[in-house]
Design a protein around this ligand. Structure first.
Ligand code: NAD
Length: 246
């Protein structure tokens, strides 16, 4: 029997991509939600809730998922800290896969970045910078994927939020050894590109992922939806779904 999905953000780019391949993944969209629709009308009859809408919409949908005891897959990015904290707390009651990027390749990039960051640590004399590029219509910056890469670098170096430097302008002075640079490029129809650069003296390492079709995110989200069903309440990443843990 196919997995019944309540899909929020159904009329958006990702919503349409998910609908176009749902049946190939043995899933059916049992209820579609977009601006102005009421998710409560379809939540009882679904197995899993998938959210690819707008950052302000996720929290109330997650509260509804908790009320009806439904697992949730969150793809929406750019949430405010308050909302992030509230949604994280809800994962003590329902299982949630929350990923800024559902592609297998990007999750391998997360894994490789964790490995590289262990070797190229604060004492190694390599400077980490994260560069991302997306289409001109993207609303948030940096991307959820870049945020995750920055978090991996920050945690690995025991750095703080203040060490993450978003863009540089004017006279920022010499680069501080603790800095982790972050740069967001926007333009055209770029689906999503991320580079983690470790710049040393006389050498440089770059780990790059390029997405050329958003169908990879849709396929990953459906894979996560099938995986999350039956898991105990907790907050999971796509690395958990793929079994890629450092
Ligand atoms: P989009 O703007 O094309 O679509 C968003 C849709 O959500 C629109 O149809 C909009 O009307 C709808 N919406 C707005 N408010 C809503 C509400 N309150 N309830 C339900 N629907 C609502 O955007 P997109 O490119 O499809 O991306 C959607 C989100 O997913 C963004 O946050 C984007 O950054 C993120 N995204 C994540 C991944 C990933 O792998 N995690 C990949 C691509 C995009």
């Amino acid at each position: 029997m196919s997995l019944k999905i309540l899909l929020s953000g159904a009329k958006g780019r990702m919503g349409k991509a998910i609908q176009s391949i749902a049946s190939e993944h043995d899933c059916e969209i049992s209820f579609s939600v977009d601006l102005g629709d009421n998710a409560e009308d379809g939540i009882e009859n679904c197995d899993v809730v998938i959210d690819f809408s707008l950052r302000d919409a996720t929290r109330s949908l997650a509260e509804l998922a908790k009320q009806y005891n439904k697992p949730m897959v969150i793809g929406t990015t750019g949430h405010e800290k308050d909302d992030r904290t509230a949604i994280e707390q809800l994962s003590s009651s329902i299982p949630i896969v929350w990923a800024g990027n559902f592609s297998t390749g990007v999750n391998l990039l997360f894994f490789l970045t964790q490995q590289a960051a262990k070797v190229l640590d604060l004492n190694s004399n390599f400077d980490p910078e994260v560069i991302e590029m997306h289409h001109r219509l993207k609303k948030d910056a940096p991307s959820g994927t870049a945020d995750r890469l920055l978090e991996i670098l920050k945690d690995s170096r025991s750095a703080s939020e203040q060490d993450i430097i978003h863009g540089r302008e004017g006279m920022p002075g010499e680069r501080n050894v603790s800095e982790i640079g972050s740069h967001a490029l926007r333009g055209g129809d770029v689906v999503g590109e991320h580079t983690v650069m470790f710049a040393g003296i006389g050498e440089r390492i770059e780990l790059t992922h390029r997405a050329t079709d958003r169908i990879i995110f849709a396929a990953g989200a459906l894979k996560a939806a099938k995986w999350i069903r039956g898991q105990p309440a907790s907050l999971y990443s796509m690395q958990d779904v793929l079994g890629l843990t450092a």
